[in-house]
Design a protein around this ligand. Structure first.
Ligand SMILES: *Cc1c(COP(=O)(O)O)cnc(C)c1O
Length: 382
């Protein structure tokens, strides 16, 4: 499959490691997102942190999605790619004064506020600028999304969000200040969530919360992102189950009349369209083991080293029928720079090209220059 899917000749003429993006798959994914979320009041924002490549952003903006950002840099990247300012929301626990005032100046759609201290800073800056700030409060719904502990965000002991016990006070602050335009409540329970049950529980939490505040006008509910993808079988499941995902909210969340429902999907939109392409530098015979040493490692794709994640590994140039077991590793001077242990691959030689699949999310965006390595370039399907 990989051998016909990838434009190997183009890779040979480029320098590796590189990110290859299948724009046809991205378009098909965006079509599916739009088809499955076409209910009145539903708005999907793309979480820019998953992949901020300008070409990718341009496609997503052109599809009409909004943008969910976590820094001034991401706001600028989103604006540059064509997302209109009112469709940009700004989240994150550490917004600086400069970021807040620039975001206000640029006219972004909403600040997703994560603490009392941040709300006070926004009020002070909005007052000084004489400009009302649109604000949603990010509430910590205390749901265990059964995901890796590094990417769980909805539990009580977590730097993200406002504790349910603090919500009364902050709502009060919002309505007391003439500089706050209260836009709604925001939730985000984690990432790479493949079991939809935590989302159903989230709906119940939100229903309970809305019932508790019958007299407060809540223009929008934002349920965050986190929908997972199939890393084991990117060919079998190139497009995540958006139908099932949106259906959970349609069937379980009781929206008030005219209330908007916002989503912030990152990984589910971009993961499957991207692959990291590396060249085999050496095949090393170890003691009872063979290593495939690639020219790209954790500086190009850090997810395996950071979250013990696994990307499907394919040799996209070997013509051999013989299968062998290899440990597939990067060239970086860290023991965690490993992509796979005992991977079964066709006989692999120096110079072969290897694809690490499902690398479109949190891949290129997280790349670093550690060991003075160059950032990987991007190549797009035609
Ligand atoms: C990271 C993040 C998202 C996107 O998460 P995915 O798992 O990529 O869908 C959405 N909302 C918030 C607040 C986030 O921090």
């Amino acid at each position: 499959m990989g051998q016909t899917y990838f434009p190997v000749d183009r890779f040979r003429n480029a320098s590796t490691p590189l990110y290859y993006y299948d724009l046809h798959l991205l378009e098909a994914t965006l079509d599916e997102v739009k088809a499955c979320s076409s209910f009145p009041g539903y708005h999907v924002h793309y979480a820019v942190k998953a992949n901020a490549n300008q070409e990718i952003l341009r496609h997503i903006a052109a599809a009409g999605l909004g943008a969910d950002t976590v820094s001034l840099g991401e706001i600028k990247a989103a604006l540059g790619a064509g997302f209109p300012a009112p469709k940009i929301v700004f989240a994150g626990v550490g917004k600086t004064d400069e970021e807040i005032s620039m975001a206000l100046e640029l006219g972004i759609g909403c600040f997703n506020v994560e603490s009392e201290a941040e709300l006070r800073a926004i009020v002070a800056i909005a007052e000084k600028m004489g400009k009302k700030a649109p604000v949603a409060l990010r509430v910590n719904p205390e749901i265990d999304a059964h995901t890796h502990h590094y990417i769980t965000t909805g539990l009580a002991e977590n730097k993200f969000g406002i504790a349910l016990t603090m919500l009364d006070i902050l709502l009060d602050d919002c309505f007391k200040s003439e500089w706050i335009d209260f836009r709604g409540l925001h939730f985000h329970i984690g990432s790479q969530i493949t079991d939809l049950e935590p989302y159903r529980i989230l709906c119940e939490r939100i229903n309970g919360l809305q019932a508790k505040y019958p007299d407060i006008v809540i223009p929008s509910i934002n349920v965050g992102g986190g929908l997972g993808v199939d890393y084991d079988d990117p060919e079998g499941n190139p497009i995540p189950d958006f139908k099932g995902y949106f259906k959970v909210f349609k069937e379980n969340l009781q929206l008030r009349p005219g209330q908007e429902l916002h989503f912030e999907l990152g990984r589910a939109i971009v993961a499957q369209c991207g692959s990291l392409i590396c060249k085999v530098v050496y095949v090393k015979e170890g003691v009872g083991k063979k290593f495939v040493i690639l020219d790209g490692g954790m500086t190009a794709l850090i997810r395996p080293a950071l979250y013990q994640a696994h990307h499907k590994i394919e040799n996209i140039t070997s013509k051999s029928e013989e299968m062998e077991k290899y440990d597939v590793v990067g060239p970086i001077c860290e023991s965690s720079d490993v992509f796979g242990i005992e991977e079964v691959l066709p006989e692999t030689k120096r110079g072969d090209l290897i694809a690490l699949r499902s690398a479109g999310a949190y891949g290129e965006a997280m790349a670093s220059c550690y060991n003075c390595r160059a950032l990987p370039e991007a190549l797009f399907s035609r």
